[in-house]
Design a protein around this ligand. Structure first.
Ligand SMILES: [Zn+2]
Length: 171
């Protein structure tokens, strides 16, 4: 297991630094060793401290611990995988924002998640009317009130302003 340790840091001292994680303190290192770590961690994870269970690593300004006795390249691979997962979570969160924008409208059956994804992908994440990528909503081409279904063929991405214009045109 590898985790980022946001409570870890080097504390300054006279001619030397101490590595600290939360309330735990580790051995002092010399200023020269500290500078070498700072240089090296720009290009590869560097081990900076360990206890019976964990090894702490510094990589590109951030600290991580792992308890699997990993090598530097394995730590780097896991950190890379973490970043990828994080980016996917952000993408999902953006999709959710769109879903919530839609939920603010009239009460209706939710559009299945796989359909939302596919409509978003097909329309390139942009309003089909004006190309905007902001305030997007899922629009039923044939309104639900007129029997339109929540299917791929009856849904499109519209930004909120274009959706309002469409609504005005229908009434
Ligand atoms: Zn638009």
């Amino acid at each position: 297991m590898l985790r980022e340790d946001t409570n870890a840091r080097f504390e300054p001292g006279f001619m030397r630094r101490r590595f600290v994680s939360g309330r735990r303190e580790f051995a002092f290192i010399s200023g020269g060793a500290h500078r070498a770590i700072l240089r090296e961690q720009e290009s590869a994870p560097v081990p900076v401290a360990e206890d019976e269970r964990r090894t702490w690593w510094m990589f590109q300004g951030r600290f991580f611990w792992e308890d699997d006795g990993l090598e530097a390249d394995e730590v780097r691979a896991l950190i890379h995988e973490r970043e990828r997962r994080l980016r996917r979570r952000i993408e999902r969160a953006k999709d959710m924002m769109i879903a919530e924008g839609e939920a603010a409208g009239p009460r209706r059956e939710p559009i299945p998640e796989d359909v939302r994804r596919e409509v978003f992908r097909r329309d390139g994440g942009r309003c089909v009317a004006c190309g905007s990528d902001e305030l997007l909503q899922f629009d039923h081409v044939i309104p639900v009130a007129l029997g339109g279904a929540s299917t791929l063929g009856n849904l499109q991405l519209l930004c909120a302003p274009c959706n309002r214009d469409k609504g005005a045109g229908l009434s």
